[in-house]
Design a protein around this ligand. Sequence first.
Ligand SMILES: [Zn+2]
Length: 274
Amino acid sequence: MRLAAVPSTPSQTKPRTYEEIVRDIYNDKRANHEARELLLAVAYAVYLTEPEGGVSPLREARRVLGRNRIGKPRYDDLMAADVPRYVPPREVEQHAHLSPCEAPRLRPYKPRAYKPRTQTLPDDVPVLKDEMIARRLPPPTVHVMPGYRPPRDWRTEDGVCGANSYRCVQERDPRTGWVIAHWFCKRHAEHADRVSEQVREQNEAAPEPVPNIGGLLPCYFKADWAKVYQHYAPRWEAPKYGICADDWPTPGEAFKAHRRLRMVLGGGEPEEQP
Ligand SMILES: [Zn+2]
C-alpha cells in the first residue's frame, strides 16, 4: 500500500515534515495515548524507514508496535480502535440504577429535622467527653481529584424526581444524530411513554450519527484506509461523513465540514478532497 503524509492545513500544499507531523500528533486533542502511539509508529515507518520494493510502511509500523501480553500484535487492536464510528454516551448503556429519574417530582421534598440517636452504652464502655474526642481525632480531611464535583442531590433539585430509573428513552439530536438519554423510574412510566411519543418523529428524521471516535490516521496519512478499517472491523460501514476525522462536522463550529488538501508523496499532484 502506498502511504503519504497529509499537509497540516488546507492552505498548505506541502506535506508536513517529520518534525511537524510529530508535533501535530502530540497536540491532537482527539488522540488518546493509544491512537497517538499508532500514529507515531506509522509516522516513523513513513518518514524514517525505507521499505524495500513495494513493502507497505504499515508492516514496519506493525513490527515496531510489538505484541501484547497474550502475544497478539498490538497493531491490530490499535487499528481497530481507530475505525471511524459513533459511540453513544455512557448514560445510554449504563445500568438503570445509576441514572436518576428526570421526570417532574410527584411530591415536593421536605427536609426533616435531624433527630439525635438515643443509645445506652454498656457499663464497661468509657464515655468520652467531647473535648477528649476533639483532642484525639484530627480534623477530617477529604481528598478529591481536581475538578471533582460532588454528586447532585436530586432531593433538593426543584421539581426533579431523582428516583432510581428503570427505563431509558433515547432522543436523537436532529443535527448530529447523536443519542441523548432520558431516564425514568417506574412511577413515571406514563411520563416516559409521553416523552418517547414526543421524540419519535424527531428520531425517525434524525440523520446518521456523526462519528465521534477514530478516523485519525486519514488526518495524517493518505492511503486506502477504508480497506484497512474494513479488514479490522469486518461489519463496519464507512460513515457518510467520510472516514477522516477532520472532515466530520463539529457541532460547536456552525456545523461545517472542513476542507483540506492532501499530497501524495513520491511525485503525485496535490488533490483537493471534498
Ligand atoms: Zn420518577
